[in-house]
Design a protein around this ligand. Structure first.
Ligand code: ITT
Length: 195
């Protein structure tokens, strides 16, 4: 039988997660609970800059937020980069999703045999006035039709390498390999070292 540990679990570290997207909070919290970190969603308006990559957007956003909010926080910028579309929708993923949705991406990709795509997530951590940006990547392919009802955004059309299912069909696998889970796992390890 496993011996009982006398060690009392420490108080969780509470961090604000600046985002308007509750799906992001849920997925990140699933990862960070294993590191004793509790996230609280905080809405702070941040006009995203035009940039080539999500890491630049996350950095610029965190700089803007730090002028309005003095505490410790995390935020992230993420996007889907499709090879055959020269990286589109990329940093425009949110706008593209609102305008053309997953159906629009599938239409743009009609006739494309190379369906490689990559999800990227850059997390900016502001802790004690110092910033750190961590990026997580998940490689996969764009399907020919939307499948699955779970998750959000482009999940029904993205199939990660190593799976026959889309993210929307298999959220357990998503939480293991996604761009977000990879970035937040690194963040969890980093914060665990500091405590
Ligand atoms: P913020 O308030 O945190 O900015 P947001 O939803 O506006 O929330 P982004 O600006 O990072 O987030 O936009 C990224 C878009 O990319 C998002 O709206 C989704 O459409 C898509 N996306 C990001 N991560 C995704 C994921 O894990 N699965 C599916 N789609 C995702």
């Amino acid at each position: 039988m496993k011996p009982k540990s006398n060690k009392k679990p420490g108080k969780p570290l509470v961090l604000r997660f600046v985002t308007s997207n509750p799906h992001k909070v849920e997925e990140a919290q699933n990862i960070l609970k294993g590191y004793g970190i509790k996230l609280i969603q905080k809405d702070v308006n941040c006009d995203e800059i035009r940039a080539e990559d999500v890491s630049q957007v996350a950095y610029a956003c965190a700089m803007l937020v730090s002028k309005k909010f003095k505490g410790n926080f995390v935020l992230e910028d993420s996007g889907l980069f499709v090879k055959a579309l020269n990286g589109f929708p990329g940093v425009y993923s949110k706008v593209a999703y609102g305008k053309i949705g997953t159906g629009g991406i599938l239409r743009l990709m009609r006739g494309c045999s190379d369906r490689s795509a990559q999800f990227r997530c850059s997390v900016a951590l502001m802790l004690g006035g110092r910033m750190r940006v961590i990026t997580g990547i998940c490689n996969g392919t764009i399907t020919h039709a939307a499948k699955g009802k779970g998750g959000f955004g482009y999940d029904p059309v993205f199939k990660p390498h190593g799976s026959k299912k889309t993210f929307a069909e298999d959220l357990v696998y998503k939480s293991r390999v996604s761009h977000r889970s990879r970035a937040f796992r690194v963040l969890g390890r980093l914060l665990a070292k500091k405590r």
